[in-house]
Design a protein around this ligand. Structure first.
Ligand code: FES
Length: 106
């Protein structure tokens, strides 16, 4: 089971074991990680699971589809590394990778 390191905006790190096949929003919410809300339950309809992906993790996932790109427009403080964590599915290659949270989701 890969361990994902969720990093809050203030630098606080949370290591979470995530089941392969689970999305990174679900795992964060289940472990009460501050900074990821997941208001729509993973339907790509709220933008409150916004994270930033370092290059090493971005290289392991597919590019965002049109729906995700559109929803990201509503997220706070978006940049080129922004993704919606409900659209990122854990697999073993992600073990030890970091995702960074924005200062806030709204
Ligand atoms: S949880 Fe709503 S867009 Fe990801």
């Amino acid at each position: 089971m890969p361990t994902i390191i969720y990093v809050e905006h203030n630098g606080t790190e949370h290591a979470v074991s995530v089941a392969p096949g689970q999305n990174l929003m679900q795992a964060a919410v289940e472990h009460a990680i501050p900074g990821i809300e997941g208001d729509c339950g993973g339907l790509c309809a709220c933008g409150t699971c916004h994270v930033y992906l370092p290059d090493d993790l971005a290289a392991l996932v597919d590019a965002p589809d049109e729906l995700e790109q559109g929803m990201l427009e509503f997220a706070f403080d978006v940049n080129d590394t922004s993704r919606l964590s409900c659209q990122l599915i854990a697999d073993d290659a992600m073990d030890g990778k970091r995702v960074l949270m924005p200062k806030r989701q709204y």
